[in-house]
Design a protein around this ligand. Structure first.
Ligand SMILES: C[S@@+](CC[C@H](N)C(=O)[O-])C[C@H]1O[C@@H](n2cnc3c(N)ncnc32)[C@H](O)[C@@H]1O
Length: 274
């Protein structure tokens, strides 16, 4: 069983919503519903993701009125609802219809249907879309992707003001000052614990075959920089607050843009020759 599937619908209260909560399970998000019931009261990570939200919330504006937010991998919508309550206009995407069913049901319970639009979509489908969001919410998804740096490049194109990123990492928080260049005969440096490194998981982690990568902290920050962002704060372990790097060196920008446009070009070609 994966972490995402072990939280059966145990509501915290004997309430009217109980059977619907059970029918919609298993739950990964513990939502606190208006009638006092909870969707995953026995979550192994505690009151999840409320615990993470409490760490992040001091770092984002209290009033998000007028902000467009993209919640990627929204799951049952916990963060989308919190952001909508702060005034944001939220687009929430997930590839899994099971979680989207939960999210749409909960939106009705909260009366937030007009503030959050749920869509079944992968973040890759936003490549080249020209869509812009003030805040991109990217929690718990990076390591599920086969192409994490491509994903960050796509998100850079869409991020107007801020991105919040959270990812599973390898143990340790050491990060070296990476040199401008290294020689071939200096490759031993790449094996240092503080060099940006990412472990590839060929089979599965926690029995979830979609856990593809475990970057170390140095690698998360290096990838964020390589994708044209700067890290402005670390609200908690494995959480990164980022903003577009307006002083990005032209050469870095050209490198990421050329690969992204090659991907988009391939997509257009595919469209022309189905
Ligand atoms: C570990 S959960 C994280 C959920 C939520 N963001 C959080 O932090 O609590 C990962 C979620 O990302 C979704 N997901 C995985 N790959 C995705 C993709 N390419 N595009 C959008 N969502 C994806 C999964 O279906 C799942 O709901």
């Amino acid at each position: 069983m994966t972490l995402q599937s072990i939280t059966s619908g145990e509501s915290g209260a004997d309430s009217l919503g109980r059977s619907e909560i059970d029918d919609l399970g298993p739950w990964f998000h513990n939502l606190h519903l208006p009638d006092g019931s909870q969707t995953a009261a026995g979550h192994p990570l505690g009151d999840f993701p409320m615990v993470k939200w409490r760490q992040i919330v001091p770092f984002i504006p209290a009033d998000l009125s007028g902000w467009r937010v993209l919640d990627i991998g929204c799951n049952a919508g916990f963060y989308s609802f919190e952001l909508a309550r702060r005034g944001a206009d939220v687009t929430a995407i997930d590839i899994d219809p099971h979680y989207l069913r939960q999210a749409r049901w909960a939106a009705d319970e909260y009366g937030l249907q007009r503030k959050v639009r749920f869509q079944q979509a992968s973040l890759y489908t936003f490549a080249g879309s020209g869509e812009q969001f003030d805040l991109v919410w990217f929690l718990g998804v990076l390591y599920h992707l086969r192409h994490p740096l491509l994903a960050l490049d796509i998100l850079r194109e869409m991020t107007g003001r801020q991105m919040v990123l959270q990812t599973m990492t390898m143990p340790g928080v050491a990060a070296m000052q990476t040199p401008e260049s290294i020689r071939l005969d200096e490759r031993a440096l790449l094996t240092r614990g503080d060099w940006p490194r990412m472990a590839f998981i060929e089979n599965s982690l926690e029995e979830d075959p979609t856990n593809w990568w475990a970057p170390n902290h140095a690698c998360v920050e290096a990838m964020i920089r390589a994708a044209g962002f700067v890290v402005t704060a670390r609200p908690g372990h494995e959480i990164y607050l980022c903003e577009p790097n307006l002083q990005e060196p032209p050469v870095s920008r050209a490198l990421r843009e050329s690969e992204l446009s090659a991907v988009l070009g391939a997509r257009e070609l595919q469209g022309e020759h189905p």
